[in-house]
Write a protein that binds this ligand. Structure first.
Ligand SMILES: Nc1ncnc2c1ncn2[C@@H]1O[C@H](COP(=O)(O)OP(=O)(O)O)[C@@H](O)[C@H]1O
Ligand SMILES: [Mg+2]
Length: 343
């Protein structure tokens, strides 16, 4: 078997909290506590979870914006923590990121041409201005904008157009892997659909792989081939998207699915029961003991408040973190039956 494109193993990220003139460390934000998954070449891997669950921090560790406190990340077999110049250059060229808000990620004082030719200069992709203009025109065409856009400034563009420019900038170095962090959540729904379609076309045509980060479960369901669910820094479940949505084995995953608005009467009937007791998400500065979901979980017992469950492979490729495997299987079987009955 070929080695996976990206392998994330037991990654942890703690941010120190400092105060006072001596900047004494008084605590830690446990943004990411234990996350492992693999992304195969040419796939869209979805990462979902409520706001504050640590998704962006995972994306930023993959892009080497943050260094993991513990754990390893390998891309094409090379360790991201390697400081060799050759590896650093390799990662910068191969892996790119598109953020949620194109307004703040594009420099308002620079024309689109100047924004897009930057990576071409840095990576020595084109030597002359003429060559660079040609490539910029090609990049604009890839994101379905006419070449004339190169002379515009971000302020004269719509949100959707700005996000197209951010995508073009990521594509400039011809990467293989792109982290898309909530790439459409700042956009109107109609624009959102167009950008998603563009991202899908680009992924196919350029054989790209994406880590697609979103809090929007329905969106991830339509776009990703695998989906992983995060809560308070932990990965709670991870499987093919098809399996995760038809056979959710973790109470938190079922809570997320049950929170997706149901449109039809049938949808309302077959939704999994909400597995949460409600309540706010605890803080990652002072997370609950044992399983961090236990205060909100309807299955929780003493074991859950005392021991952290490990991420276990329950069936091939389906990983779940929960002490109540057999109960979860009963609930998921019932849910799957209800789905089948309504099809
Ligand atoms: N640079 C940072 N310094 C301190 N805390 C941070 C930093 N970045 C993120 N956090 C905290 O880490 C937690 C996870 O954040 P984030 O990864 O942005 O979550 P998500 O993307 O799922 O909303 C949050 O509590 C956030 O406040
Ligand atoms: Mg985020």
């Amino acid at each position: 078997m070929n080695e996976a494109l990206l392998v994330v193993e037991n990654v942890v990220k703690h941010f120190p909290i400092r105060t006072g003139i001596f900047q004494r460390k008084v605590g830690e934000v446990k943004a990411v506590e234990d996350v492992s998954f693999t992304v195969e070449s040419g796939e869209i891997f979805g990462l979902v979870g409520e706001s504050g669950s640590g998704k962006s921090t995972v994306g930023k560790m993959i892009l080497r914006i943050y260094r993991p406190t513990e754990g390893t990340i390998k891309y094409k077999g090379r360790d991201l923590s390697s400081t060799s110049q050759e590896n650093q250059r390799f990662f910068t060229k191969e892996m790119q990121m598109v953020f949620q808000d194109p307004k703040s990620s594009l420099n308002p004082r620079r024309s689109i041409l100047s924004t897009l030719e930057d990576p071409l200069i840095v990576h020595g992709i084109a030597k002359s201005r003429r060559q660079r203009k040609d490539i910029v025109a090609e990049l604009l065409q890839k994101v379905e904008l006419s070449p004339g856009y190169m002379y515009k400034y971000p302020s004269s563009l719509s949100g959707g157009q700005r996000q197209r420019i951010a995508i073009a900038r990521a594509l400039a170095v011809n990467p293989s892997f792109i982290v898309l962090d909530e790439p459409t959540s700042a956009l109107d729904v109609s624009v959102q659909a167009k950008i998603i379609r563009l991202l899908q076309v680009l992924q196919k045509n350029m054989h790209l792989s994406y880590l697609f980060i979103s809090h929007d479960l329905s969106l991830v369901r339509t776009i990703a081939s695998h989906t992983a669910v995060m809560y308070l820094g932990f990965l709670f479940e991870y499987a093919t998207t098809e399996e995760l949505f038809r056979y959710p084995l973790n109470p938190y995953t079922r809570t997320l699915i049950s929170a997706v608005p149901a449109v039809t009467k049938e949808e309302k009937e077959i939704k999994p029961e909400n597995q949460s007791r409600g309540g706010d998400t605890p803080s990652p500065v002072n997370p609950p003991s044992g399983c961090v979901f236990h205060p909100r979980c309807i299955l929780s017992d003493n074991t859950c408040s005392e021991q952290l469950p490990m991420l276990e492979e329950i069936s091939p490729g389906h990983y779940v973190r929960c002490h109540h495997v057999s109960k979860n299987i009963v609930i998921a079987e019932q849910y799957k039956k209800n789905l089948a009955r309504n099809e």
